[in-house]
Write a protein that binds this ligand. Structure first.
Ligand SMILES: [Cu+2]
Length: 247
């Protein structure tokens, strides 16, 4: 009975998600969409949490034994009543969760489709830095530098440099342990493992700098495994790539 009710709710949520698919997504402009789902989730958890808190406190006060020899009375409920008490709250609390799950699923599927003609860069994670190999054989790295006291003094290497306005696909692997490549500003993250190639893609719409970092604990210098994604206008990117080639 429960299972049947839940599949009805799941079906309703899926229909809702199809009926309100959100705005048509610009090319990998997923950031605001993820933020919307996240905000919705926080509100959801906050409201449900508050309701449960208030009800729990009420029950705690209302049903506390008033004297040592007080004996509780069990109220009998009709079958229809118990069914309604189980299903109606479940529907109220679960429907929004299924709707959110459907939204996340849809966004995720969208984000796993690499656009055709994306610029491919091979990423290698290693203890504790990154290498980015370009189609012409150039390898750009990033390693965080620090002094004897452990204070970070800078980043050696240019890290990930890309051209503005052209989707980039990262084909990623690791030489040693599991790492995870994360660009917080673009809301993208994926693990890197030895002997396996995983991928991520993003659309660098505007010129600028964004941080990337490792988000899988990979040893003593894990927290220093970060660098910059630098997005340059096409001409500047071409010049950068050519200068790397010469060096
Ligand atoms: Cu790492």
């Amino acid at each position: 009975m429960r299972i049947k009710a839940f599949s009805v709710i799941a079906g309703a949520a899926a229909v809702l998600a199809l009926a309100f698919p959100g705005d048509a997504l610009a090319l990998n402009d997923h950031t605001p969409e993820w933020d919307k789902v996240w905000m919705h989730l926080l509100i959801d958890v906050g409201v449900i949490g508050a309701i449960f808190l208030v009800v729990s406190i009420y029950f705690l006060l209302a049903y506390t034994r008033k004297s040592e020899d007080e004996v509780g009375k069990l109220k009998q409920m009709s079958f229809g009543n118990s069914l309604a008490w189980a299903l109606i709250p479940a529907f109220i609390f679960m429907a929004d969760d299924f709707y959110l799950a459907a939204q996340g699923w849809k966004l995720w599927n969208d984000q796993r489709r690499v656009p055709e003609g994306a610029y491919e860069i091979q990423v290698t994670g290693r203890m504790w830095g990154w290498d980015f190999a370009y189609p012409n054989g150039v390898i750009s790295s990033s390693d965080v530098e620090y002094d004897d006291s452990g204070k970070v003094t800078g980043i050696d290497g240019d890290g990930l440099v890309v051209a503005q306005g052209k989707p980039v696909v990262l084909r990623m692997s690791s030489t040693d342990v599991v790492h995870s490549f994360f660009i917080p500003d673009f809301r993208i993250k994926e693990d890197l493992m030895p002997g396996r190639i995983t991928y991520l893609w993003f659309n660098p719409k505007d010129a600028g700098k964004h941080v990337y970092t490792c988000t899988e604990y990979c040893g003593i210098d894990h927290s220093r495994m970060y660098g910059n994604v630098t997005i340059l206008p096409q001409a500047e990117f071409d010049a950068w790539l050519a200068s790397q080639d010469e060096g």
